[in-house]
Design a protein around this ligand. Structure first.
Ligand SMILES: [Zn+2]
Length: 304
């Protein structure tokens, strides 16, 4: 059975382990801080790989950023990774095959193979965190597009309020439906709606209200928090309706830190009452915190 060294390269930490082709972990998970300089990052990658290289068949990376069609480089700039990251040719890091895939795509593949979407050949995994990521499985294959960058669903346009996004464009779905989107909505409502005057947070500065405040406010029946959360939820639902109408998936799997705040049955009912395709199931992710590593490993197995 093939053994894959799987490495998740994120902006703050790097995790790795050896995984087999069934997605089972063969070693303990190692964790490292992501170096700030590209030279140090490359040398960390090489150290990790050389430690395991004799016992593995290949290395698979899951990483932030859009990956090219040959799974060897990160094409788009990723502000949370060291500058020069998109110059790195991953295939040069080892004498054995190296594969790199976008982390949201890898997570979607893990949900399809071992997680909440097993047996569902048309399924989409949406990651709701600081941003919004997506991986699309269409007819049992990962949708990659002409350049490898398909599935950048966080950049889908909604709403038209001219809200600036972290990418400096306007009205990306992720500037509404992510955790930071919820925070932006909380600021906007605090500034413009009288409901804030009677909120339990009314002594806070608008910009100091956090996502966790809003969740806390929901539990305390705070009307302002309820309004903010309802707007966030509606913005989330609009995007999910669009995705469902275009892809007609069996399921949409929600992963990421914001997932625990939503009621999947409520979201599912709201979507299914607005779509023209057949009903979709909304489920929480099951492949766990290391789904990016597992998905990248299983995709690498298919390729090599
Ligand atoms: Zn954007």
């Amino acid at each position: 059975m093939k053994k894959i060294l799987a490495i998740d390269a994120g902006g703050t930490k790097i995790t790795c382990a050896v995984i087999n082709e069934n997605g089972n972990f063969l070693t303990e998970i190692e964790k490292y801080q992501t170096p700030k300089k590209i030279d140090e990052l490359i040398s960390l990658f090489k150290t990790i790989i050389s430690k395991h290289e004799n016992n593995i068949d290949m290395t698979a990376f899951a990483t932030a950023g859009a990956v090219n069609i040959t799974n060897t480089k990160v094409d788009s700039s990723t502000p949370n990774m060291p500058s020069g990251y998109n110059e790195l040719d991953f295939s040069q890091l080892s004498n054995k095959p190296v594969f790199v895939e976008n982390d949201a795509n890898a997570a979607a593949w893990a949900e399809y193979k071992i997680g909440a979407a097993q047996g569902e050949d048309n399924t989409i995994t949406i990651t709701l965190g600081t941003g919004v990521g997506g991986g699309f499985i269409v007819n049992g294959r990962l949708l990659r597009g002409k350049s490898g960058r398909a599935g950048e669903v966080g950049s889908m346009k909604i709403n038209g309020q001219k809200r600036i996004c972290t990418c400096n464009r306007f009205d990306c779905w992720e500037s509404y439906a992510s955790g930071s989107g919820l925070k932006k909505t909380s600021e906007q409502i605090a500034k413009t709606d009288n409901i804030f005057k009677s909120s339990i947070f009314n002594t806070k500065k608008f910009e100091d209200i956090t996502t966790y405040d809003i969740i806390d406010g929901l539990n305390q029946n705070d009307e302002y928090s309820k309004k903010v959360f309802d707007i966030w939820k509606q913005d989330l639902i609009v995007g999910l309706i669009n995705i469902t109408n275009i892809f007609d998936p069996e399921s949409i799997i929600i992963s990421g830190g914001m997932g625990k705040f939503i009621n999947t049955d409520e979201i599912q009912n709201a979507i299914n009452s607005e779509i023209v395709v057949s009903p979709v199931k909304i489920k929480l992710a099951k492949a766990g915190n290391y789904s990016g590593m597992i998905g990248a490993a299983l995709l690498a197995c298919q390729k090599f």
